[in-house]
Write a protein that binds this ligand. Structure first.
Ligand code: ADP
Ligand code: MG
Length: 364
């Protein structure tokens, strides 16, 4: 009988600590997944800084350059050394603050992340100062002492060579469709919600801006200037609220497209407590209503702003803060469905009625 050779015993591999720079780069790549995520973080910072004007300039889909300039409150000179360290923020100090957070940032991770995957330069001036400061960052720290420089009100942040040290990410992004369209889409969404702020978004070298909104008291005006007349003239105003703590507490207002609006795909612009988010369940539910009520206009344009008690929203579920989880989500989705359905039915009936009137008149 042959003796089987003894099975080679494998030694368990040694476990070791990753270099901090590797850990930080991996984490950064999760927060900043693509150029448009960097733009979102920067614009949200500008909004948090009470800016009234925000302009974005993009080169090479954001891989070469992203520049966001605002006229907000600026950053103190003393804070510049820790500005881009991980978990440094002016917006949160205790865990409990998360429950009532009104600002869009809170993790203090965005700027830090950008310095681990790109080259960041900040120029900023605070009120009452005669000059501003400019400083560049790498891997969370200042590359040099801040230099005094001329500056207009607010802050300008420039990210160059995004993902220069993440070869695979850079390659997939270069091959995939340009992020510039995503950036334009993002700015369009911000522009129709924050109507007291003017936004612009321009490709480097282009004479015209692709998003150009001016502050206006009318949401419909903002929608017209960003999405065009064809969208704006086919919208119906929508409002709803509930104040029954046993089912749901919310306020909603928005605009939804009518039966004349025909598009290839749905546009759903959703803000929950002023935060731009996605909610696939709500989007699908509303599409279902359109298919059933207005089959020919079944790809709607929807802008909705929902306000909920802050303690009903968990903003902390996703590193990019794109998805939030809501208390009573199903109840809320159902309520929105029934509001949209009744508004669409009413508008459909009044339209047929109007058409009938016109027919009668023309016969006479
Ligand atoms: P977070 O927004 O979560 O606090 P960030 O890394 O995005 O974290 O920003 C860190 C801090 O830098 C902010 O808390 C804010 O104080 C300051 N900051 C960033 N961008 C701006 C800006 N455009 N204007 C003024 N302050 C800013
Ligand atoms: Mg932020």
């Amino acid at each position: 009988m042959e003796i089987e050779p003894a099975e080679e015993v494998k030694e368990p591999p040694r476990i070791h600590r990753l270099d901090e720079s590797v850990v930080n780069r991996i984490a950064a790549g999760e927060v900043i997944q693509r150029p448009v995520s960097a733009v979102k973080e920067l614009v949200e910072n500008s909004l948090d800084a009470s800016s009234t004007s925000i302009s974005v300039l993009v080169k090479d889909g954001g891989l070469k350059l992203i520049q966001v300039s605002d006229d907000g409150h600026g950053i103190r000179y003393e804070d510049l050394p820790i500005l881009c360290e991980r978990h440094t923020t002016s917006k949160l100090s205790k865990y409990e603050d998360l429950q009532s957070i009104k600002s869009m940032g809170f993790r203090g991770e965005a700027l830090a992340s950008m310095t681990y995957v790109g080259h960041v330069t900040v120029t900023t001036i605070t009120r009452g100062q005669l000059h501003g400061y400019r400083v560049s960052y790498r891997d969370g720290v200042m590359e040099n002492e801040p230099k005094a420089c001329a500056a207009v009100k607010g802050t300008q942040i420039v990210i160059e060579n995004l993902f220069y040290n993440m070869i695979a990410r850079r390659k997939t992004l270069q091959n995939s469709a340009d992020d510039y369209t995503k950036i334009v889409d993002l700015l369009s969404r911000f522009a129709i919600h924050h109507i007291d702020v003017s936004f612009s978004c321009r490709k480097h070298g282009a004479a015209r801006a692709d998003v150009h909104s001016v502050a206006t008291p009318s949401r419909l005006n903002a929608i017209r200037s960003v999405y065009g007349l064809l969208v704006a003239q086919n919208l119906i105003k929508i409002e709803a609220s509930d104040n029954d703590p046993s089912s749901s507490v919310f306020e909603m207002d928005g605009f939804i497209s009518n039966s004349n609006y025909v598009a290839k795909k749905t546009t759903m612009v959703l803000f929950i407590n002023d935060r731009l988010v996605e909610c696939t369940a709500l989007k699908r539910a509303l599409e279902v209503v359109y298919v059933a009520t207005l089959p020919k206009a079944s790809k709607p344009f929807i802008y909705m702003s929902i306000t909920l008690p802050p303690e009903h929203v968990d903003v902390n579920v996703h590193p990019t803060k794109r998805e939030v989880s809501l208390l009573n989500q199903e109840v809320i989705v159902e309520k929105m469905q029934s509001v949209v359905e009744s508004v669409l039915r009413n508008s459909n009936e009044s339209r047929t009625f109007q058409e009938q009137v016109i027919v009668v008149l023309s016969v006479m």
